[in-house]
Design a protein around this ligand. Structure first.
Ligand code: GLN
Length: 479
């Protein structure tokens, strides 16, 4: 059931939030041993919130999200509920406050059924870098769900929650949404407050929804978007009602196809599915044209300088002194810090910290970090030019279908390439969505739609129109 379908039943009193919540909790019991999407199930809290939601509904005081079971990626702080980032470092960390998005969802009457598994500190593309257990793709349990929001995407696909939140630094909402055949939006940098989001790369991080369709995505955005004085990067712009743009009409809209996104090494099935989706959009009245974004080929390199550099600074706080894991039994303060970081972080996180520390070192800063920032500006300008001619751009979300668990985990560069189509959008700070566009051998393929800053409405409009005309998003995996 989608949010809008469940909301209707709740309003008509055909079902109660407690009943809906029990269905989700039962489903979690049933499929979690196979899927592994959830780090912490918050059954008691969920039932208590559901009872409160039922009271609100009885009083007629309802938001479309009131009483709807949700799952939050374990990188967002939840007061009184441990927030682990799927890391040993924070395995027992219980935040004393809620992230801004959690606060807003609570005000709207959320029922939180748990916290979603992820790659440790959101570093990865497969959820295999969780320190606890990998998440399996509900469409094929031998394959990855994508990452780092793999738990969030898999849970929506498997029906463990009606919607979830993820975070996206270089593709972590869109790539798993594509791999699990759900809808995932990364809003514009600054659109959603990151207060209470555990920081990975602060100039790239954004929070966004993973849902079963575009209407649900708009409903969640209506609640979580907006300015917050506690996040100085959050933009002081008006938040529209995102459901208003869902008209189904895209006649005359100009859609650009960046030729650099149909890269060599891309799977032919992915190319075929995306080309068919583009023809569909054309058939619906969109005007399709080709565009070239030549600096795209530097985006991966730029990302793997900037993101690790920022991560190395952000993760300096985990030293065993203030909170989180602390190694017991070292002789000196320095030794405690060393060992805390040695045993508290996983291999991928350490790799990022070393890459970033190196790129920021004296003598290398100009050659790496500063240069990456300059190329970043070029990438952004190229997108700006493209949006003078086009309302939106369409690309594949990933160059491949979901890969096998274990296939890329020992080959970081292959893993990093999984985000080649999604991370340029973070570099330029743009909004992007992934929606289901088809299948190859029952494995999902996602289509990415991108637009200019704060043009979420343009993206949602096109994505919604596509979902009106197709039913890929309605297919569910058999578990
Ligand atoms: N897969 C990319 C990385 O490992 C992106 C992760 C993300 O968006 N959080 O950095």
């Amino acid at each position: 059931m989608t949010i809008h379908e469940a909301h209707k039943l709740l309003e008509e009193k055909q079902v109660s939030s407690v009943e809906l919540t029990k269905v989700c909790l039962d489903r979690i019991q049933q499929v979690e041993p196979k899927v592994g999407a959830i780090v912490t199930v918050t059954e008691e809290l969920a039932l208590e919130q559901a009872r409160k939601a039922d009271e609100l509904i009885a009083d007629g005081d309802v938001n479309p999200l009131t009483g709807i079971p949700a799952l939050i990626k374990d990188v967002m702080c939840t007061r009184g509920v441990r927030t682990t980032c799927s890391s040993k470092m924070l395995e027992n960390f219980v935040p004393p406050y809620d992230a801004a998005v959690v606060e807003k969802l609570n005000e709207a009457g959320m029922v939180m059924v748990g916290k979603a598994n992820m790659d440790e500190f959101a570093m990865g593309s497969s959820t295999e870098h969780s320190a606890f257990f990998p998440t399996h793709n509900p469409w094929d349990l031998s394959r990855v769900p994508g990452g780092s929001s793999g738990g969030s995407a898999a849970a929506v696909a498997a029906g463990e929650a009606i919607y979830t939140l993820g975070s996206d630094t270089g593709g972590s909402i869109r790539q798993p949404a594509g791999f699990c055949s759900v809808t995932g939006l990364k809003p514009t940098y600054g659109r959603v407050s990151r207060y209470g989001l555990v920081a990975f790369a602060s100039s790239l991080d954004q929070i966004g929804p993973l849902t079963q369709d575009v209407t649900d995505c708009a409903l969640v955005m209506n609640v979580i978007a907006g300015h917050d004085s506690r996040d100085s990067t959050s933009a002081p712009y008006h938040v529209p009602d995102y459901t208003q743009c869902l008209t189904g009409d895209i006649k005359g809209m100009k859609i650009g196809i960046p030729k650099e996104y149909f890269v060599e090494g891309m799977q032919s099935e992915v190319e075929a599915v995306i080309k068919a989706a583009i023809s569909k959009l054309e058939g619906m009245g969109a005007v399709i044209g080709e565009v070239s974004l030549p600096h795209t080929r530097h985006a991966l390199a730029v990302y793997y300088i900037i993101a690790p550099s920022e991560a190395s600074a952000n993760l300096a706080r985990y030293d065993g002194t203030k909170y989180g894991f602390r190694y017991q039994g070292a002789d000196t303060m320095w030794d405690t810090m060393d060992k805390t970081r040695q045993y508290g972080f996983g291999a991928e996180v350490k790799r990022r910290i070393m890459l970033g520390t190196y790129a920021l070192s004296a003598g290398y800063y100009d050659a790496y970090y500063l240069k990456a920032q300059k190329v970043r500006t070029l990438i952004r300008r190229e997108f700006d030019e493209a949006f003078e001619k086009f309302d939106a751009l369409v690309t594949p979300t990933s160059p491949t279908v979901p890969f096998k668990i274990g296939e890329k985990v020992d080959d970081p560069v292959q893993m990093y390439l999984a985000d080649v189509c999604t991370l340029p959008i973070n570099i330029a700070g743009l909004p992007g969505i992934s929606i289901p566009a088809g299948f190859a051998d029952n494995l999902p393929i996602g289509m990415q739609i991108i637009s200019k800053p704060f043009a979420e409405e343009t993206i949602l409009k096109i994505a919604h129109a596509y979902q009106q005309a197709t039913d890929w998003h309605k297919r569910k995996p058999e578990l």
